[in-house]
Design a protein around this ligand. Sequence first.
Ligand code: MG
Length: 398
Amino acid sequence: MKKIAILGSTGSIGQSTLSICESFPDRYQPVSLAAGRNLDVAFAQCVRWQPRVVSLATEELAAALAKRLREAGHNGIEVVHGSAGTVSVATLPEVEFVVSAIVGVAGLEATYAAVCAGKTIGLANKECLVAAGELILAAARKHNVALLPIDSEHNAVHQCLRGGKHSEVRQIWLTASGGPFRSTPAAEFERITPAQALKHPTWVMGRRITIDSATMMNKGFEIIEACRLFDLPPAKIRVTIHPQSTVHSLVEFIDGSILAQISVTDMRLPILYALAYPERVDAGLAAPSLTFDLAALSHLDFAQPDLARFPCLRLAYEAAASGPAACIALNAADEVAVAAFLDGAVPFPGIPRTIEKVLNATSSHAPASIQDVLAADEAARECARGVIARHAASGLHA
Ligand code: MG
């Protein structure tokens, strides 16, 4: 029985992880949960899974959950809160495997602590590799910890890389659905509304990642993640537009062979792969919907991404080449700009325009600790808010 901690248990990756635990009750047991702000879902998860520890975002939420659990007769669950609470969820001694799926920098500290505590990590949080990749990878090497990607593309690459040596890799192809605007003319981008951008063609995900898919910044972050995870330079990470989202990514070897990974588009599969690694588990037994119908596959399209319409991709390549400080700023500025777009404060192309201004204002000082990362992240957010406010005040769009 593998005992697991889930950081971000009420989000979509967290819920998919619990659904895997439900399907394989004698293999995986969630023993600690970091549940954020969703009190009702956190309560239901506690009742169902009886974790040893659960953490909520704030002291007030933790007190409210503790009260509800007491009143319902569940007395054995320790309720903690805040970033210290998330760290205790991630480092609980009996936990072997930590699913890191808190969105944003809130998951950084706890994931880093889990790596230092020697836990195997299933990584779904982007900031861990985009904003703090070098620190987290150094800690993983030092503590001999495996970082197993749950993001579908990196998970696919991880699987394909089992087919050859690192020195035999020519390049990696990350597939991208292209988002809802892959065939929208550039002239129409200024008029794109949040409602249009929130409709993703193939994956159902959270709001920020859905907008990041529409701008292709999500793919940009994945380029940076791939550089870090697989120890390759940005020039060896390619992006290909693959609207069917059937091939999750490909690895091209020096002998000309390309290995691709294909499966149904369901996050439970990469989660199960990471949990079971280095074994494979029969997913079809638990959920027949997880088996791929090869006969139903008619055709697969692959196309070059358009960096002129999707400047976020270019910005990500530039940040990857520039170093950790630019990657922190890229992520922080994007989060602020996406929120501003969803609030109607900037138009869709204002997202990359804001990010580019923040990148231009960022120094190249590399962070030496997670605290440095968080400070640089906050500075970049402040800078992004300033960029947006100045343009709002001047009556121009960012
Ligand atoms: Mg992805």
